[in-house]
Structure formats: C-alpha cells, structure tokens
Design a protein around this ligand. Structure first.
Ligand code: HEM
Length: 512
C-alpha cells in the first residue's frame, strides 16, 4: 500500500515537473517571440517615421563615412544649427550646445529635468540607489552627506596622500623601468586611477599598477570594467526591449553582466564585513565614513560607494590621457608648465617631502590649472549628459520640449563651438583662462565639463589635484612622445571617453 502511494506520489510529482517545464517553455517562447515581434514593429515604425536626413544618417550610420566619432558628427550638426540645438527625432532626443539652455536645464528648471527612469534603469543593476543613479529625496540625502564628507580638509589631505604614494611607489618606478620603451599610457592611467579610487572609497589596494602590469589588472577591476561597459551598452540597443528580454532569459551580454555585478557585490560585501569586524571609526576611507554616519543598510552602503568608483575612475584616466596627447602636439605648453614648476619650487630643498610639490604650492600654479581646464574643454571625459523632461517646456532658444523627451547637453561639442569660444575654439590655448597670469574661471554653463548647477561634480577639486600631481611628476622626470600624434583619437563607446586602442607612447627619462 505504502509502496503504491509512494509510486503514485513520485509519478504525480514527475508529471507535475513535466507539465511545469512545458508551461515554462511555452511561456518563454511566447514572451521571446512577442518581444521580437514588438521589436520588428518598433524598428519598422522608426524607419518609416522620420525621413529627415539627420535621422536617416543616424539609422544607416552613414555619418561614419565623414566623421571618426559620433560626437564629432553631433558637433558638426550643432555648429550648423542656427540655435545650437538639434533634434534627433527617432531617438526622441534634443541635443543642445547653447549655454543658456544648459543653465535652464541644470539650474533654472532643475526640478523639471531629473536623470529620469530611462537612465536609472540602464545603470540600475550596477549602481542601485547610489547618488549617480537617483533623483528626488534619495539624491538630496546622499548629496548632503557626500558634500560634507568630500568638503572636509581631512578627506582632501587623505586623497592627496593616497595619490602621492601611488605616484612615488608605483607610477614613477614603472615609468623608470620602461624608459626607452613604448607603453600604453591610457592603460597606465586607468590602473593608476583605479588603485586610487579603491583606496579612497574602500581603503583597499587592488595593486593594478604593480611593475609587472598584471593582466587582468585585478579580478575586481576586471569585473567592475565589464559591468560598467555592459551597462553602458544597454543604452546602445535600438530598443530597451532587447536587453530586457535577454536579462529575463539570462542570455549573452546580460548573463555576463549579471555575473560581473555579482562579483562587484561580493567584493563590496567583503569590504563592509571587514569594517564591521575590525572597526571603522579610526579609518579615513569613504566607506568607513559613511558607516560611521549610522548607515547600516549594507546594500545602500554598497550602492553609495560603487557610484564613487564609477564617478572617479575613468574620468580622471580619460582627462590625463587626452592631456598628454595634446601636450605632445604643443611642446610650448609643456615648457611653460616646467618653467612654472621651477619658479614655484625655487628655494625648495629636495629633502622637503622628497621633492614632491606640496598642496599649497600647487595652488600657485595658475598656468598648469589653465592647461588642464583647456584640455578638458577640448576633450571632456563625460562628452554628453542627458536628462528627461518631466513636463512640457520651452528652452531659452524657443525649442519646444515635450514631456518625456530626452534633453542632452554636449560639453564635447560646446568646447568646439565658435559661437561659444571664439574663432580659435579648436586651438589648445591655456592662455584663454588667464588674466595677468592668474587663472580666471569661466561661466560653468559655458563649460559644463563637471556638469554645473545643483548636481555639479562633487569630486572636481580632488580630480584636478590628482591630475596636477600626475602631470608634474611625469613631465619633471620624463619625456613622453606619443607614437602617432597626428592620429586624431577614436573613442570607444562607453560612459566615459576612452581612446580605442589606447595611447602608445615612448617614455624617456630626462637628464637630471
Ligand atoms: C576629470 C574628472 C572628472 C570629471 C570630468 C567629472 C565629471 C562629472 C560629471 C559630468 C558629473 C555629472 C554626471 C551626471 O550627473 O550624469 C559628475 C558627477 C559626480 N562626480 Fe565627477 N567628474 C570627475 C571626477 C570625479 C571624482 C574623482 C569623483 C569622486 C571622488 C567624482 C564624484 C562625482 C559624484 C559623486 C557625482 C554625482 C553628483 C550628483 O549627482 O550630485 N567625480 N562628475
């Protein structure tokens, strides 16, 4: 009897499993086919909908015959537009290079132009509810907390010491060891900035810039890179349906993304656990500081810190890479920086902190500051940034914005607009930032390289100090010759400007 009951129950559970599998299969096939069908309709509608030459050029990628990069094509379109604003209809995207519009979006009508759901969904799996990815109260709370932390002198000194140590113990020994050889400077800067931002955010050293230049740089760096790259690639799909379906079915790039994010999560959790075990009140890293402010939700802590990793890593590496590319074409600027360095450090004995320029002396280097601002003007690490209109609106140049439209300001194009920067806009001229030898800041809406207004970058000062330290340490000791200086950069798609193929340079130690 028992035997027959157990037989019966095992055959009915078999039957149940079998039925479930069939239903799941039918469900997924149906969902998948329906999605593909919707997608085809969507693409067909796009093709039929707008016949304007810009949209057709976008759809067929014919712009790539004349331009190296999409941002160069947008720059061309924006400079031809009488208002400095264009509309890519099929993307529902208004793009502007007009400083008045930028001020309107980032300050005057800030509440009407949040980052919006379409953006936060793309990066949501990686960034969660971190500052970079949220609007409203959650953003306000983190902004207040992060501004307090990053504004403090102690954390700025802490960041400066991290950078100084990475330069002295890793960057200079590495460049010394490859003197007379070619190496990829972009790769060096990416490793350098990842070590720095990890030490700053987690108090953890991933050792990416070891002399051996380990490959992969570190497992965590690799997972983090892959996760940011694949999250950004979601935005390139012709319809969000494609990646959403792939995510549900755990296929291809979405499967890879999921496992990369899992590694980032596990790493962050290990860091949080370590702090709980060993204590955090005496530590200066960002994670410890946030833990000390009574945040005890592990997921929230993870999200906050991961946003900082994304914000501070590739941006600095990108800014440094284009700076050295521009310097190789403008040796006069390099001489002028060396000259300024000599003047500022005159009477400075080598024993003073191992001849490292001090924080306060760097403040006196107006030309260096101007040169960096100028380089970021021509090559902003964040080439464009989008918001989504909450309600219908009209921009100061009378462009009508329908509710839900994506509105993009384009720092890369703005840096190359004659009407914004004058007829010499394409020249690398640090002098444009100087008056009587002193640096004079520009209107931030004309130069939104660090964004501007209420959501202006929180790491701007830190980033500039980090970049100055690197520039001074390198040009004081080495000659850097870009292998092919006439080759204009081609950018890889991503959240931050990264040069495809890197920046190969010949490194040569300078005579003492
Ligand atoms: C050259 C280097 C950098 C550039 C060009 C840059 C640029 C930007 C831009 C354009 C934004 C606005 C992004 C958006 O809202 O979509 C931003 C936001 C932000 N940046 Fe930076 N950044 C740099 C370095 C850093 C560093 C080193 C840190 C931190 C250590 C940092 C922290 C942040 C944070 C926390 C935000 C979010 C601010 C908010 O949403 O309220 N940035 N940055």
């Amino acid at each position: 009897m028992n035997h027959s009951i157990s037989n019966l129950s095992s055959s009915s559970s078999l039957w149940f499993n079998y039925t479930c599998t069939i239903f799941s299969f039918i469900f997924f096939t149906f969902t998948f086919s329906f999605s593909l069908f919707s997608l085809s309709i969507f693409i067909l509608r796009l093709k039929l909908w707008c016949k304007c030459s810009t949209c057709q050029s976008f759809l067929t990628s014919s712009w790539s015959k004349d331009f190296n990069n999409l941002c160069d094509w947008y720059t061309h379109l924006l400079s031809k537009s009488p208002t400095g604003t264009i509309h890519i209809h099929i993307l529902g995207n208004i793009i502007t290079a007009d400083p008045k519009n930028v001020e309107h979006i980032l300050k005057t009508k800030f509440e009407n132009y949040p980052k919006g759901k379409p953006f936060s969904i793309l990066l949501g799996d990686l960034l969660g509810k971190g500052i970079f990815n949220v609007d409203g109260d959650s953003w306000k709370f983190q902004r207040k907390m992060a501004s307090l932390e990053l504004g403090s002198v102690s954390i700025r000194m802490h960041a400066f010491n991290i950078v100084k140590s990475e330069i002295q113990t890793r960057l200079i020994p590495l460049l010394n060891s490859v003197s007379g050889q070619v190496l990829d400077l972009q790769d060096v800067f990416r490793r350098f900035s990842f070590d720095n931002i990890c030490k700053f955010s987690f108090g953890f050293d991933p050792c990416c810039l070891e002399l051996s230049l380990p490959m992969p740089a570190s497992e965590f760096a690799e997972a983090f890179d892959l996760a940011s790259k694949l999250s950004a690639q979601r935005g390139l799909s012709s319809s969000s349906l494609i990646w959403k379906v792939k995510r549900v079915l755990n296929l291809g790039s979405e499967k890879e993304l999921k496992s990369a994010i899992k590694m980032v999560d596990q790493f962050a959790q290990r860091m949080i656990n370590q702090r709980r075990e060993l204590g955090f009140s005496d530590k200066s890293d960002l994670l410890s500081r946030f833990m000390a402010t009574m945040i005890d939700d592990d997921k929230y802590l993870r999200d906050i810190v991961v946003s900082f990793l994304l914000a501070g890593r590739d941006t600095v590496a990108s800014g440094l890479t284009s700076f050295f590319w521009l310097l190789s074409q403008n040796p006069k600027v390099e001489f002028a920086i060396r000259d300024e360095l000599e003047k500022v450090t005159a009477g400075f004995s080598p024993s003073d902190d191992q001849d490292f320029v001090m924080f306060d002396q760097m403040r006196e280097m107006h030309y260096l500051h101007a040169a960096l601002c100028e380089s970021l003007r021509l090559f902003p690490p964040v080439q464009l940034d989008s918001k989504f209109a909450q309600h219908d609106d009209v921009l100061p140049d009378f462009t009508f914005v329908r509710k839900g439209t994506r509105v993009t300001y384009h720092p890369y194009a703005m840096g190359r607009m004659e009407r914004v920067w004058g007829s010499d806009c394409l020249e690398f001229k640090p002098e444009r930032w100087l008056k009587n030898g002193r640096y004079v800041p520009e209107n931030p809406y004309k130069y939104p390289v660090f964004q501007a207004g209420l959501r202006v970058c929180l790491g701007k000062e830190m980033a500039l100090v980090e970049m100055k330290c690197v520039v001074l340490a390198i040009i004081k000791r080495f000659n850097i010759q870009v292998a092919d200086p006439n080759q204009a950069p081609k950018f890889a798609p991503g959240l931050t400007a990264t040069v495809r193929g890197g920046l190969p340079v010949l490194v040569q130690r300078r005579e003492a």
